[in-house]
Design a protein around this ligand. Structure first.
Ligand code: BGC
Ligand code: NOJ
Length: 807
């Protein structure tokens, strides 16, 4: 069953039934001011850091699930409703929620009154705009009362949810004509405040939650709204909010527009106040002035839309497969931008109060984003590398506001260091710019410890080289990519975090997955070294690679697939010798991509096993059979009920590895088959089973052993976005940035007969026509000339380059 439809022309998903199986959300913002917006107008706003600098409040674990937002209440002659359906839940005569790229538009109608609510964060400013236009489509004049309201968060989202003994005393606001300013803690250590402003003279306001709602009422029947009034309340402690009320007379056929703006302002220490306790509003006024008319809003909105059209023109495909094109051209790229911005911090599943930016996550998120804004990735790489330690190990996460490594989580995830090589090598391939290797980058953010970035890559390699186990395979540490394979944890204490507990240090548990990574990215590092004239160092690295490759062939092969790991007692994990968890997907993907045992046919065999044992209707499951019991020596992986999360769901992140691996061994049909199985656009028709948004990837889809087989969870913030983008563009379409130029090596399935791709690469626009199933033999012509090999030689002076590839 569908709950809406794609509008590819507008780059939108249009939800037409507000009873979606879960909240379907969208994101606004690019650099500092970010918002989440659900299809019922729920969500929240924050500045840079969803934990430390939360602007509006969200109510977790609430009923209904999606609560906290910016709500507009329309009282039309006693019929009270919201354009986004919640909180009142008044049945609407018509409803549309258009989630677009960086904006959402609600179009709803009730009793011949139409509401159009346009919401977005402008490109250049730290604010969210909500422009509400009410149109009277009836034959009589309507007298409407309109309330707009948001609830402030007292900045630190965790403290806000817990520390009531302090927080119910500290809330402070200031109010002027059409603006409520939230200035809690501004008198003391904060240099920032927020405001909720409207462009039209209001007829009343409120800034105290209990007054606005009434202590025994709820958001579904706020006293002010029900009584068509405002109490002009001034918050002092408790829960500050901001609400503006308007009495509007709208004639038949007439429209009235009100613009609401939530803004964020920072002031320098000596410019904080205008007078004793009165905040300096100069910057706020400037911001308010910029969005006070419909024309200004339209201009900013058009700029946002144009930015996306331009960004997406970097990579565009037109093939004979609408769903593939829609994902590659619009939604997959958009999701990559969002994961780049958020890492795993703020979604409806990641509360924004826990994780900041992950080292491994952010490195991988770059892979699908790099072509869009390479300069931003360079900055990000520096931030990430700066939380690494001199021995190559690293903090696992950092907070975006402070950019300091997060000591609560610590480190010890032994795959982490290698992801930095994945990110940097891809950066160089995309940009051709090796100077990034010289960027002075500190270790653990210590001043004076700066070394050229290449030394960080050396440290990464070295960490693995110096941390190997009894079989000559890399030690796993706390866990590798699979956070739940905790082979040194041995946790017995309820509630103890598997990621931070340290009850055992075997110095023995090894990861075949890290071995695959080491071989793949070790070779990559050696290529970089050669390219910058360090052939000797490259040879040494390749020797190390060879030794891990040999160890993997010897101890990491189980006969039909790659072993997953060795536990602290040197027992195999992910082997036919095991009772459960006989095969894991991760090493099948990575070791095949790294071509370990290629001449022995390992990759092909491993992928046959993946198809036979792990593939279900919705993709490839992470392991099989699921663990039935808790295994103290394996950790969190065996803690999940069967079929969920790391215990046997389709953990979508590693499915594109299988797509890519299949193209590496030439299984093009199977690669596309895996691609399609969990591609959201292909699951739109079964939204009632899949449940999450049909336009973005989710982290997991419950596996065959789960009660809710096929149900997805944790949409939006998943490495699936980036890796699938990589798989679709670089493996299936085969448009691969490489050190010396753009390589075109398509692995299209038979069902895609032609693809016409435009790709802007290092400033040159390539127009590539791929004709599939033509001759069965690869032939490329560039500007009409036959070319040997698969790489178009890069020439900076080129403008538009026409390429034809026959397959
Ligand atoms: C989840 C993982 C996650 C980890 C770290 C675990 O409970 O299963 O997917 O990466 O927590 O937060
Ligand atoms: C989610 C985490 O963000 C990611 O880093 C990890 O690799 C997967 N879970 C698998 O455990």
């Amino acid at each position: 069953m569908k709950f809406g439809h794609f509008d590819d022309k507008e780059y939108e998903y249009v939800i037409t039934n507000y009873n979606t199986p879960l909240p379907w959300i969208n994101y606004f913002g690019q650099d500092g001011f970010f918002s989440l917006m659900s299809n019922t107008c729920g969500g929240y706003m924050f500045y840079k850091d969803a934990k430390l600098r939360r602007i509006t409040r969200f109510r977790y674990n609430n009923v209904p699930r999606d609560f906290g937002g910016r709500y507009y209440y329309i009282n039309d002659n006693g019929t009270i409703w919201n354009p986004g359906f919640l909180p009142l839940k008044t049945k609407l005569d018509s409803y549309k929620c258009r989630h677009g790229l960086g904006y959402t538009i609600f179009e709803s109608e009730k009793n011949n009154l139409k509401a159009e609510l346009l919401c977005f964060v402008p490109l250049k400013d730290l604010c969210e705009i909500n422009q509400l236009t009410l149109t009277n489509n009836s034959k009589e004049t309507k007298n409407i009362t309109l309330h707009g309201v948001i609830e402030w968060c007292l900045w630190n989202a965790v403290d806000d949810q817990t520390n009531f003994q302090r927080n119910w005393n500290i809330g402070e606001v200031e109010i002027d004509d059409n603006t409520v300013y939230h200035k809690t803690e501004y008198r003391e250590r904060r240099d920032h405040y927020a405001f909720y402003h409207t462009n039209l003279k209001h007829d009343g306001f409120d800034s105290d939650l209990d007054t606005f709602i009434g202590l025994y009422n709820s958001w579904a029947d706020p006293s002010a709204v029900m009584n068509k009034t405002s109490y002009n309340s001034k918050a002092s402690g408790w829960s500050p909010i901001a609400s503006h009320m308007f009495n509007l007379t709208i004639k038949p056929g007439e429209s009235k527009t009100v613009i609401f703006q939530t803004g964020y302002v920072e002031n320098k220490e000596d410019e904080k106040f205008e007078s004793m306790h009165v905040i300096n509003k100069k910057k706020a006024y400037e911001l308010q002035e910029k969005y006070n008319t419909k024309e200004q809003v339209l201009k900013a909105f058009t700029e946002l839309k144009t930015k996306w059209v331009n960004l997406l023109s970097t990579l565009h495909v037109e093939s004979d497969n609408v769903k593939f094109d829609r994902m590659v051209n619009i939604w997959n790229q958009y999701q990559c931008m969002v994961t780049f911005n958020m890492s795993r911090s703020a979604s409806y599943y990641e509360s924004g109060t826990g994780r900041g930016m992950g080292f491994r996550d952010s490195c991988q998120d770059l892979l699908g984003f790099l072509h869009l804004i390479p300069e931003k990735t360079r900055e990000r790489i520096k931030d990430i590398a700066s939380i690494q330690f001199e021995d190559g190990s690293t903090y696992h996460q950092y907070q975006p506001l402070t950019k300091r490594g997060n000591a609560d989580i610590g480190g010890g995830f032994n795959d982490d260091p290698l992801w930095l090589i994945a990110a940097v090598s891809q950066y160089i391939k995309e940009t051709g710019d090796y100077t990034i290797l010289n960027d002075p980058t500190p270790f653990n953010n210590k001043e004076g410890s700066e070394k050229p970035l290449i030394d960080h890559l050396r440290a990464s390699m070295n960490y693995i080289i110096t941390h190997k186990g009894p079989h000559g395979l890399p030690l796993i540490g706390r866990a590798d990519w699979n956070d739940c394979l905790n082979l040194n944890c041995f946790s017995k204490t309820p509630g103890e975090s598997f990621q931070t507990a340290s009850n055992f240090e075997s110095g023995k548990a090894e990861s075949v997955f890290i071995a695959g990574m080491f071989v793949l990215y070790g070779k990559e590092f050696a290529t970089i070294l050669k390219n910058i004239g360090l052939a000797g160092e490259a040879t040494n690295i390749l020797k190390e690679v060879k030794s891990v490759e040999d160890a993997t062939i010897k101890y990491g092969w189980d006969g039909e697939w790659f072993v997953r790991a060795y536990d602290a007692f040197e027992h195999k994990v992910g082997s036919k010798e095991c009772e459960d968890g006989q095969i894991f997907v991760e090493p099948q993907g990575f070791c095949t991509m790294a071509k370990i045992g290629e001449s022995l046919g390992y990759g092909k065999k491993a992928l046959d096993s993946v198809e036979k044992l792990l593939t279900n209707d919705y993709g490839v499951e992470i392991l099989h059979p699921c663990y039935k019991e808790y295994h103290i020596e394996l950790g969190e992986v065996s803690s999940y009920p069967m079929g969920y999360k790391e215990n046997g769901s389709v953990f979508c992140h590693n499915n594109p590895w299988i797509v890519i691996a299949n193209t590496v061994v030439g299984n093009n049909e199977r690669a596309f088959d895996v691609y399609k199985r969990n591609c959201p656009a292909y699951l739109e028709e079964v939204s009632e089973i899949h449940k999450t948004e049909p336009f973005v990837y989710s982290q997991t889809i419950a596996g065959r052993d789960a009660k809710n087989y096929g149900e997805a969870k944790n949409s939006w913030l998943t490495g699936t976005a980036s890796w699938t983008m990589y798989a679709a563009s670089q493996a299936i379409l085969g448009i691969k940035p490489d050190y010396d130029g753009l390589m075109i090596d398509p692995h299209l399935p038979k069902e895609i007969k032609n693809a016409y791709v435009t790709r802007v690469f290092r400033g040159v626009k390539y127009e590539i026509t791929i004709i599939n199933n033509a001759t069965g033999k690869y032939q490329m012509t560039v500007e009409g000339k036959n070319i040997k090999g698969k790489t178009i030689p890069y020439n900076k002076a080129d403008n538009n380059v026409n390429v034809v590839v026959m397959l």
